[in-house]
Design a protein around this ligand. Structure first.
Ligand SMILES: [Zn+2]
Ligand SMILES: [Zn+2]
Length: 367
């Protein structure tokens, strides 16, 4: 009997066991997390290298050269525009000077004063400068027109090249997406290839050691592995599928518990069975079929599980004598002669009340 009674230890001991079990579970969970994260950080495909390999590099070079040329032309146009602006200013100022000199000359002629050679020279100079400026302005204009035409051509070329690259990129992008999803699946498979064996180990440990001395350790490990597996699955499977996985797992657990409870009733465990026998003997009912044990002072009484507590059986002298008893309903022996001391004892309880002799639990469990 002693081996079936579990030694639970003082509460501080039990508390520490619980605490360290939780810590063990947390550490297991973290360790699994590090492993899983290391697998996730495994580098996937790189779009840049794929494009470098698959895209026509001469077209890319062409695109870059075109961009350079366009920038160059744009800079030139801006430069010419700037020069034109300066020329415009210079022309305007020389025009003003020329007009002033002409006005001056007109006034002098009206007064019949002949302009000095200096004045004439100045007028001629300003006229010359004005004409030269005009000419240069025209030249610049022509150049700008030419540059603009070049720019237009370059832009056209650039558009064509860009379109070409865009068209070439489409299959590359599709290939990259395929590579990336393949990488994701590989990562998931790697993660599961670490977690599934651990899960199997957890299941085996749970089935073998859940009732043993190291049960808290087993529970901590199992819970950590289970949560991590659920998290990884949630990460990689769309929640539509995960919902089913989760509900099936929960269903399996609930069904397992239900089966366990049903089996406990059909094939009771010995300690649980002894408790039931004890309770039945206390209310003088057959532990097997619940038929009243009518012996001693209760020989002619009638009671139920509830009413027996209010009855006070009185000693009736001769009828008090202990005698062996078999349930008339199910033929189970309920009181028998002790093999050690010869007193009448309970057949389905471990110890004799008179001599303390103990029966093996297995013998009681299968009456
Ligand atoms: Zn019975
Ligand atoms: Zn005895």
């Amino acid at each position: 009997m002693t081996e079936s009674r579990q030694n639970k230890g003082p509460w501080i001991h039990r508390f520490l066991i619980g605490l360290f079990s939780i810590i063990t579970g947390l550490l297991c969970f973290w360790l699994l997390g590090f492993v899983v994260n290391d697998i996730v950080s495994w580098p996937g495909p790189s779009y840049e290298t794929l494009e470098k390999r698959r895209l026509d590099q001469t077209v890319v070079a062409q695109q870059i050269a075109l961009a350079h040329q366009i920038a160059d032309i744009e800079r030139k146009i801006a430069n010419q525009n700037n020069r034109q602006k300066l020329l415009r200013d210079s022309t305007a100022s020389s025009q003003t000077t020329m007009n002033q000199l002409l006005e001056f000359q007109k006034l002098s002629l009206q007064k019949d004063v002949k302009p000095s050679p200096d004045q004439q020279q100045a007028l001629a100079d300003s006229q010359k400068r004005f004409l030269a400026n005009q000419k240069q302005y025209q030249v610049l204009n022509q150049e700008i027109v030419k540059f603009n035409q070049e720019l237009k051509d370059l832009r056209n070329q650039q558009r064509k090249v860009t379109e070409k690259i865009h068209a070439e990129r489409k299959p590359i992008q599709a290939e990259f997406e395929a590579l990336e999803s393949r990488h994701e699946i590989t990562v998931a498979v790697l993660q599961l290839s670490v977690l599934v064996p651990l899960l199997l180990i957890a299941v085996v440990l749970f089935l073998k050691f859940r009732g043993g001395t190291y049960a808290p350790l087993v529970y901590a490990f199992c819970v950590a592995v289970l949560i991590k597996v659920a998290m990884v699955m949630h990460e990689h499977f769309p929640s539509r599928y995960f919902k089913y996985v989760l509900i099936l797992a929960t269903l399996a657990i609930v069904v397992r518990i239900l089966v366990h409870l049903l089996r406990m009733i059909a094939f009771p465990r010995t300690d649980w069975l002894l408790k039931r026998y004890l309770e039945a003997y206390e209310v003088f009912l057959c532990p097997v079929c619940s038929y009243p044990i009518r012996r001693g002072p209760l020989r002619y009484a009638f009671w139920t599980r509830r009413s027996i507590k209010k009855m006070r059986p009185r000693p009736t002298g001769e009828a008090d004598r202990e005698e062996i008893y078999t349930c008339p309903s199910c033929s189970t022996q309920l009181h028998e002669k002790c093999s050690q001391c010869g007193e009448v004892r309970h057949s389905l309880l471990p110890s004799c009340h008179a001599c303390g002799d103990t029966k093996s639990v297995e013998l009681i469990a299968t009456p």
